[in-house]
Design a protein around this ligand. Structure first.
Ligand code: PLP
Length: 403
């Protein structure tokens, strides 16, 4: 039997399992010590009342023959696509039409699936450190080449290091990629590129016939006016960029699943319309996001929903600011925490894992070693604002005292 041998090339995904093993071992040895987890990449606050109300109404509709909904339209209900086009794009001066918006079950699936539209020889460029889905989905498709365990590098992937030396803004590559993954604001560094910095990439992509795959999952956390909420705020992006959005981090839908992808009609690659290809793919392999979820998504744009969700985002951002400021006061070099709930700190001479061990041992605080996100993540560490405010304050006090 022939299998897809590319799966065999994937190195084990040890980051979170190693963290969990280390925490368990510490707990066993020190059962009296309270551990605070600030490595969380998931939201922790419950779904807001406006969305819960919409969910209840949609559930009731499903129980009534006259309002029951079966299969949803493959590409999404017009009510949601039109609302997104108006609220997320038109109001920001972006020319994105409802039929360029594809509703899905979240950004992870779309970020992972988008590579299917490109040929096996297409070269990818990724920021380093990076959200691992971009690389792994291309490994599965046979596009990444061979893995070198000693350097953590794939032979055919073009890496764009994002370190304190370039203030976490990727520089243009020497080799020309076909697909450029940009996550803005970035997971894991928590930093964000401005419109001016993105324009460099948009111009580059248009000149080199490359496609930018723009992940804006953390768009709701942007506070800096120089940072665009959509790549389409940057002139020229409609001919070179696909944008991924998620309801997970702006509305707490990580357990509900809803997102969307924008593929402009102007965007072609090798003479083919990526819009038509994505529509075909979506229609063939996806049967539409659930009606209930899409109704819940509508409530996110209601006046009440917006107000309640702004409070949630503010809560997480207060945590992120508390972490960033506290660490700075403790003498750490810190990035992020302004346009994103992620704080990225430099671990000095210690490796990311040595720092993890020290923090667990001395302060009983758990974070995520930066090296788990790529070779340039070594000597960095990620903490997040997704915990409770009380635990965040306590963790920072401990780090200041014992870390
Ligand atoms: N993109 C980035 C950069 C993320 O960090 C995450 C989740 O952590 C996702 C996408 C996944 O989003 P979703 O929950 O919509 O699948």
């Amino acid at each position: 039997m022939k299998i897809n041998e590319n799966y065999q090339k994937l190195p084990g995904s040890y980051l979170f399992s190693t963290i969990s093993k280390k925490v368990k071992a510490f707990q066993k040895e020190h059962p009296e010590k309270e551990i605070i987890r600030l490595g969380i990449g998931d939201v922790t606050l419950p779904i807001v009342p406006a969305v819960i109300k919409a969910l209840h109404q949609a559930v009731d509709e499903m129980g009534n023959a006259s309002t029951f909904h079966g299969y949803a339209p493959d590409l999404g209900y017009p009510f949601l696509r039109e609302t997104i086009a108006r609220e997320d794009y038109e109001k920001r001066g972006c020319d994105v039409k409802a039929d360029e918006i594809f509703i899905s079950d979240g950004a992870k699936s779309d970020c992972g699936n988008i590579q299917e539209l490109f040929g096996p020889e297409a070269r990818i460029a990724v920021c380093d450190p990076v959200y691992p889905v971009y690389v792994d989905s291309n490994v599965m498709a046979g596009r990444a080449g061979e893995y070198d365990p000693s350097s953590g590098i794939w032979s055919k992937v073009i890496y764009l290091p994002c370190t304190r030396e370039n203030r976490f803004v990727p520089g243009l590559p020497k080799e020309t990629p076909d697909m450029i993954y940009l996550c803005n604001p970035s997971n894991p560094t928590g930093t964000a590129m401005t419109g001016k910095q993105l324009k460099v990439w948009v111009d580059y992509a248009n000149e080199h016939d490359a496609v930018i795959l723009y992940d804006a999952a953390y768009e709701a956390y942007i506070s800096d006016r120089e940072v665009p909420h959509s790549i389409y705020e940057v002139e020229g992006a409609k001919t070179c960029a696909i944008e991924f959005r998620s309801f997970s981090k702006n509305a707490g839908f990580t357990g509900m699943r809803l997102g969307f992808t924008v593929v402009p009609k102007e965007l072609s690659f090798g003479g083919a319309s990526l819009h038509d290809m994505w529509a075909r793919r979506h229609g063939t392999k996806y049967n539409g996001a659930p009606y209930i979820q899409q109704k819940a998504g509508m409530a996110v744009y209601s006046q009440e929903g917006r107000r309640e969700l702004a409070e949630q985002v503010a809560y997480y951002m207060r945590n992120a600011r508390t972490i960033a400021q506290g660490l700075e006061e403790a003498g750490y070099e810190v990035a992020g925490g302004v346009n994103s709930p992620y704080v990225w700190l430099h671990t000095g001479k210690l490796t990311s894992w040595e720092f993890f061990d020290r923090l667990l041992e001395n302060a009983q605080v758990v974070g995520t070693p930066g090296s788990g996100f790529g070779p340039s993540g070594e000597h960095y560490f990620r903490l997040t604002g997704f915990g409770t405010y009380e635990n965040t304050v306590k963790a920072i006090e401990r780090i200041k005292t014992y870390g």
